[in-house]
Design a protein around this ligand. Structure first.
Ligand code: NG1
Ligand code: ZN
Length: 531
């Protein structure tokens, strides 16, 4: 039967050759590519169970995002393009860490708990990033799918958000769009062009972006998009994978953490630049001012720009929708202050990890969420979408209201609501900047970031550090929080917290203060307290 075939193929083609424990965390499974073959095979098995339990198509994305090229990873995408619920993360971890012979027992227990009908047809969509290891790892996933009698459809190279989008379209019967790569470009570019046709190139806005594609899968994909939108946006793409190494001294994570421009991009003052990460689900913008000082527009600044604009469109169109913003503890203190005090938009803070942000954003009719590192999007409740579409067709509105309502409806189509998406976020930022007539410096001037520093500390056992209050306070080890409080109190505008990473074997330290020197010092001292 199916379960014994699952073992036979495992033993023959994808045996578990070592007993390192692999955990399905915030980023799915992620580790050295060489340790992943059997894990991928088992993810294929699990994907079939997930598809059967939902009687829907689900997705498997093979990528390690911003990690070094030698790493790889895998993540399951649920039927509406969202993340799998917690229970499935536990199943994934159990299945990955059992012996080859133990596979049927774990599969059977999942079938029992989830009451899965094994005769249901199962379809799984697969895609991968540009890592050399992704090809064979993708094959391992497909072998797993086949072994349990599922059908796989391999989309080859895609960005992570493209696969989320395609899975969502497939299961919503085209409601969200056409379930193909072409359908994705088509929806995005049409919405973008229609918005820019009516209001592009105003004021200080210039339709040029210099884009660092991290030498990743974003490069060929954004090139596809670029051709369709060149009427209103010229993209100069560097780090396109033709020379440099994936994520090496480039990409959104490098730019955010190092607070400097990537290699491979010759930046001149005033150029509006952006960096994608390795699988194009994160984006940050940056520029050099006239003194050649580096300015970063991270996820917080994108969120602020987006929330402010949406708030204006909602009000302008005569709608009343509750709009809120979701951040994590890494959000710059200045951004939170500006959003709550000046923009008067409610802000919620949740633990790190997109699933927490996405989930919290669902509390609002229009929920904007961004991690400081540039991962984020906007989600509209079903009710809000209906209201906006209705309003955009309402004949009784004033011309100004009508304009806002129509614009809001198009803005919704530029946004990938399934997950943070670098390409979609870039189009959204460009729409807003051009409509506002803003240069990148105008945008940057919304508020000034507090100088900050993020460092990581290698420790024996990172799980010793436990936190509460959306990771802003340490509960264990005893005394550490008191020590952090003591250190912070010595700095003007000081704030610092520590938390165990969910994706690396480290404890992360974040600090902000009135000057860069002080932020660095505070991070350093708190780091010493963690040892
Ligand atoms: P960890 O390693 O748990 O800090 C990192 C990012 C998250 C998220 C995940 C998944 C920071 C501080 N953390 O998590 O925001 O993007 O990776 O990729 O940026
Ligand atoms: Zn990513």
């Amino acid at each position: 039967d199916l379960l014994s075939r699952a073992v036979a193929v495992a033993v023959e083609k994808h045996p578990r050759l070592q007993d390192k424990i692999c955990t399905y965390g915030t980023a799915g499974f992620r580790t050295k590519a060489e340790d992943l073959d059997h894990v991928m095979y088992r993810v294929g098995l699990l994907a079939v169970l997930a598809a059967r339990s939902r009687q829907a198509t689900i997705g498997v994305m093979i990528t390690a995002s911003h990690n070094p090229e030698e790493d790889n990873g895998v993540k399951l995408i649920d039927q509406f393009g969202d993340m799998m619920p917690q229970a499935w993360e536990v199943y994934a971890t159990q299945l990955a860490n059992t012996t080859d012979k133990g596979i049927p027992a774990v599969l059977q227990s999942i079938v029992d708990v989830e009451k899965i009908d094994m005769s249901v047809k199962a379809v799984v969509f697969i895609a991968r990033d540009t890592r050399p290891s992704s090809v064979s790892l993708s094959q391992a996933v497909q072998d797993g799918i086949q072994a349990l009698g599922g059908d796989s459809k391999d989309f080859g190279l895609l960005t992570t958000p493209q696969l989320h989008y395609i899975v969502c379209c497939e299961n919503t019967k085209g409601d969200y769009g056409v379930p193909s790569e072409e359908g994705y470009y088509d929806k995005m570019s049409k919405a973008f062009l229609s918005l820019q046709n009516e209001g592009a190139n105003q004021g200080n806005y210039t339709p040029q972006v210099y884009l660092d594609a991290a030498n990743g899968v974003g490069a060929p994909k954004v090139t596809e998009l670029a051709g369709r939108i060149s009427k209103h946006l010229q993209l100069q793409i560097v780090n396109d994978g033709s020379q440099g190494k994936l994520n090496y001294r480039c990409g959104a994570d490098y730019v955010k953490i190092q607070q400097c421009a990537p290699e491979g991009l010759k930046v001149e003052p005033g150029m509006r630049c952006a960096s994608f990460d390795g699988d194009a689900d994160r984006i940050v913008y940056f520029f050099l001012d006239d003194q050649r000082r580096f300015h970063l527009m991270d996820g917080d600044k994108i969120a602020t720009l987006v929330a402010g604009y949406l708030q204006e469109l909602v009000r302008g169109s005569g709608l009343s929708l509750n709009l809120g913003l979701v951040q994590t503890a890494y959000a710059n203190g200045s951004s939170t202050k500006f959003i709550t005090q000046t923009m008067k938009v409610p802000v919620a803070c949740v633990p790190t990890g997109v699933k927490h942000l996405h989930h919290k954003a669902q509390d609002f009719e229009v929920g904007v969420y961004f991690e400081a590192n540039g991962h984020g999007t906007v989600i509209f409740s079903k009710g809000a979408q209906d209201k906006i579409r209705q309003q955009s067709k309402d004949q009784s509105l004033s011309p100004e209201q009508k304009k806002c309502a129509v614009r809001l409806a198009s803005v919704m189509d530029v946004i990938n609501q399934t997950v943070g998406d670098a390409m979609s976020d870039m189009l959204l930022v460009e729409v807003i900047l051009s409509h506002r007539g803003w240069s990148v410096a105008d945008w940057d001037a919304m508020y000034t970031d507090l100088p900050n520093r993020q460092i990581k500390i290698k420790v024996q056992d990172r799980t010793v550090v436990q936190t509460t209050d959306a990771e802003r306070k340490v509960t264990s080890p005893a005394g550490l929080q008191e020590e952090i409080d003591r250190l912070v109190s010595g700095f003007t505008n000081g704030r610092s917290f520590v938390r165990p990473s969910g994706t690396e074997d480290v404890v992360r330290v974040y600090a902000e203060a009135d000057t860069q020197g002080n932020a660095d010092q505070l991070a350093h001292r708190v780091g010493l307290a963690v040892y």
